[in-house]
Design a protein around this ligand. Sequence first.
Ligand code: NDP
Ligand code: HSE
Length: 436
Amino acid sequence: MNPVKVGLLGLGTVGGGTINVLRRNAEEISRRAGRGIMITHAAARDINKPRICDTTDILLTTNPQEVVDNPELEIIVELIGGDGLAHEMVLRAIANGKHVVTANKALIAKHGNEIFAAAKEKGVMVAFEAAVAGGIPIIKAMREGLAANRIEWLAGIINGTGNFILTEMRDKGRDFAEVLAEAQSLGYAEADPTFDVEGIDAAHKLTILASIAFGIPLQFERTFTEGISQITREDVVYAEELGYRIKHLGIARRSVGGIEMRVHPTLIPARRLIANVDGVMNAVLVRGDAVGPTLYYGAGAGADPTASAVVADIVDVTRVLTSDPENHVPHLAFQSDAIADTPILPMDEVITSYYLRMQVQDHPGVLADITRILAEVGISVEAMIQRPSLDGGYTVPLIMLTHQIVEAKMNKAIAQIEELKAIQGQVVRIRMETLG
Ligand code: NDP
Ligand code: HSE
């Protein structure tokens, strides 16, 4: 059988990795796919730039549309990123009857509902394994491997750059900006690295995971997002003293009032496996009612790990090129006419426990005022530490861990505490999860 011809949009970190992996493992891959797979055409902004891959035998262009409109190509692999040109090219490829593979989480999280509807109409596949957690086959695991389960919750370290920064800050005391620059030079970070540090990239990924877990439409705009840029080394150290680690987690949970979708720095017990996932590694913990807790671990970013997921998708598409579209695995795991409109829980209604750190004047009655405010809204303190003063006895750091409380009540208590004359600056609040 003739090899399947593939057009590639983007020759950067992931595009280059994809060419390398396809070349390196060509024989093994064709034994798996049942056909050879050949990238024959590719687009990039600058076709003369040195690349991490060998582009010999590939026809290069600066015009992605030429690739998408080429009638010889059956699969288009979109590795440009963003949701402008990539969005336009993916819809055009679908309209041309081509299958699409993408690693673009921003595109899927924001425009996936439209893209999947167009793909269904045309009977083509849109595969996006690399969009979440780099090389970890988490989409396939949840969509197919856990199909028997009612998923209860999932929690993941789903941004490699952010986890790399937090790990280097904790282990080596390195500066935030310096570690971010290293992550960029290693090809881990997004084109706009604020997407990594402010949790936007993780929110894109969580949106996708929540849809696959619960059979709901993609709703990126309803995912609560808080980044890691405010995390200080001080908080990292206090968390360790209390037996916790700070991780930037994406959490999706079925709860009584609806589905929680939130990305924020989180204290988790240091003894949990996921608390020990360091550097650029990602991990996703998924709890299903039948299987119980399951954990998926691997490289969350980088050329070869991400290419591993992209190439697996190309193999999947190649295998079903001639099959009846009605029998394809549904894009979001649930049949498109069975997607539910379960409400998304507003952040104010989420129940969790908290780490609080505040700088307080060191005189009698201050602690009593703080605990009175907490008690009045029903917040119970689980642990507390007060450290010696660093400013000659004027103020001291006070750290508290609380039991679970609804977020709205915690917001009210924090606002009242910040109004106390004895409190200097703002109260630092980090949410906590036991992940038990
Ligand atoms: P890069 O910036 O390294 O690569 C982007 C590529 O797109 C470049 O080759 C660039 O060309 C090309 N490109 C950009 N604009 C145009 C245009 N107008 N016309 C033609 N080509 C264009 O990005 P990555 O490889 O890192 O990321 C690609 C996608 O994969 C993104 O969606 C990203 O979120 C996702 N992803 C990235 C991971 C990673 O570890 N890096 C991991 C998982 C997903 P040129 O090189 O000439 O500038
Ligand atoms: N910038 C992303 C990360 C790439 O660091 O996780 C992988 O999606």
